[in-house]
Design a protein around this ligand. Structure first.
Ligand code: PGA
Length: 261
């Protein structure tokens, strides 16, 4: 794992955007795994800026979103379909037919999940997967106790996740859907590169467990320790419970020195 600690959220999203931009310039038909939630908003803003101001071209890109609630329509203001449309899709040039999100209205969820996995495989697999982390260490909506080999399926959300997401449902925890379709931990682990973003003190404990704790289904993000190419981008608050923060800073400073940056 490469752990990069930055002074502010703006710094970490600008590094994340730069990683995506480099990947896209190298491979215009990039397959991106996308995340929702408050964490990646600054990343999408930076990518939209690069598209509008520098002509960064998304016309050959394919995207797969991590997850979507079950039980609300796509058009709901807090659905992840709506999030992606307003935060990213309407501002860049990814063809509509190349944008995949879990469908919460499928008649047969099991069959849909199999088709979603097949579509990822058909696209050649995910090149770069954007991830946030839940306060209890989930990635996607893979809550604690999720199989580390799991595939796309329906999950029941924990109380902690419902509380964290209640502000998007008028502060009413009972209005938050209790089920979601999510890529599995095994699906995420097949991405060629993972970018895990976290900011704020509410993520410090989950980050410390994921990065420095044992690999356990109790903290699904901890499995990323087994991933060959994961970058963890943190602000100071999210990094505040890491025991080896000074070492990670030293590693990153050395990397920049070696790259002459
Ligand atoms: P957040 O959610 O970005 O809204 O904090 C992250 C997550 O639950 O994965």
């Amino acid at each position: 794992m490469e752990i990069i600690i930055q002074p502010t959220y703006q710094h970490l999203v600008s590094i994340a955007a730069d990683i995506v931009k480099r990947a896209l310039l190298k491979k215009p038909e990039l397959v991106m795994g996308l995340a929702t939630g408050s964490t990646p908003i600054g990343l999408y803003e930076a990518l939209v800026r690069m598209h509008k101001e520098e002509g960064l071209d998304f016309s050959a890109v394919t995207t797969f979103n991590l997850d979507e609630y079950v039980g609300i329509p796509k058009t709901h203001p807090s659905s992840y379909h709506t999030f992606m449309e307003t935060q990213f899709f309407r501002h860049v040039n990814i063809p509509v037919e190349n944008r995949y999100l879990p469908q919460n209205t499928a008649a047969d969820h099991g069959a849909f999940c199999e088709r979603y996995e097949a579509a990822i495989a058909r696209a050649g697999g995910i090149d770069i997967q954007i991830l946030g982390i839940g306060r209890e260490g989930h990635i996607g909506f893979n809550e604690p106790s999720s199989s580390l080999g799991s595939r796309t399926r329906i999950k029941t959300l924990t109380r902690s996740t419902l509380e964290a997401n209640a502000p998007h449902f008028g502060g009413d925890i009972d209005a938050v859907p209790t089920l979601a379709i999510t890529m599995g931990v095994g699906t995420i682990m097949e991405a060629r590169q993972c970018l895990l973003l976290a900011n704020g003190a509410s993520k410090a404990s989950a980050i410390a467990s994921a990065v420095e704790g044992p690999i356990t289904a109790e903290v699904p993000a901890s499995v990323l320790q087994m991933h060959p190419c994961t970058v963890v981008l943190l602000d100071e608050a999210a990094a505040s419970a890491l025991k080896r923060a000074a070492y990670y800073r030293q590693v990153y400073a050395n990397k920049l020195r070696l790259l002459g940056e």
